[in-house]
Design a protein around this ligand. Sequence first.
Ligand code: NAD
Ligand code: TYD
Length: 351
Amino acid sequence: MKKTILITGGAGFIGSHLVRLMVNKYPDYKILNLDTLTYAGNLENLRDIEGRPNYTFIKGDITDGAEMLRIFREHRPEGVIHLAAESHVDRSISDPLAFIRTNVIGTVNLLNAARELWKDNWEGKRFYHISTDEVYGSLGTTGYFTEETSYDPRSPYSASKASSDHMVRAWHHTYNLPVVISNCSNNYGPNQFPEKLIPLAINNIRHNKLIPVYGKGENVRDWLYVEDHANAIDLIFHQGKNGETYNIGGNNEWTNIDLIRKLCQVMDKALNRKPGESEKLITFVKDRAGHDKRYAIDSSKLMNELGWRPSLQFEQGLEKTVKWYLDNEEWLNSVITGEYANYYAQQYDNR
Ligand code: NAD
Ligand code: TYD
């Protein structure tokens, strides 16, 4: 094997798409998927590649520093792509400490383990930290986040991600750890846990349940198809410059209400419903606390320096996503049980 790459959070939404891409594209890399399998981690996401000779799953919790050191010493990765995180803003509002533990302390444990393993020879090593555009805060109606935008996180989730970004840069400047960071906009696509807006709405529409839209639905997000994010990660991992940050976005802004209306149209078609039928399920609910108004990313650095482009138009991406959820009802049904049902009841039923 030419290289050993440790991907954290590979059983989650974005991680599983990245693991599949790397396993398929680089047969001479050894791909290690380190994941503790929280509610968001699901090995079903990777059934199609689990028997491959260049793929290994390791169950491990990044909040355990000693365990990380042991895993790094045993497997000796040359590259780390770090996605493991608590990722849902609403959960961060009800349980911020879980976000500090995983996103901040977990990241520091990985940085320490990489430093310990690589300190005598940085050559060919890379610690790639996957982050979010939410660290930049909230925009008004104009402007974009660039790599120079000051950090201004406003939710426990984004503050924990901002903190982890700072730690990664601190390990670079203080200990020379070879790092790269990317900050991406909202992802959508197959295998996303149905607590996030798009899969939640798809699931509710198929069951004729109300679609909860926070506030007036005027908040704006920039949506990127998950495989386009995975392609950007592959490019940045291999060609990004040491110590640099790259923004990744879809140049695809939607207010939540327009997005949900579009999704309703796609669902009406897919389910052979009368046009306008699914839209009747839209219901406006109490706004999220501290709800960021608008995120919008300027990805010109990534496009100009590394030649990345998103591959899908939004409509195509939405259609593909809807088709995947409707074709994979078993996957969806299996994740909407137990803990998720309690979470959903707490989050929406008292509104
Ligand atoms: P996800 O919640 O779907 O998956 C997270 C994965 O991390 C799960 O498999 C989970 O089991 C694992 N994990 C959680 N805590 C862990 C721990 N203590 N030890 C080991 N594994 C643990 O998240 P996602 O949406 O795929 O996001 C992946 C990364 O990308 C995150 O770092 C997130 O901040 C970032 N990101 C996400 C988006 C988005 O729109 N989803 C956008 C930009 C950046
Ligand atoms: P989400 O998918 O949670 O991503 P993020 O908060 O990281 O952007 O939410 C996307 C947008 O949709 C955000 O503005 C909040 C809103 N939203 C709803 O209106 N209703 C919902 O049920 C959810 C989950 C989100």
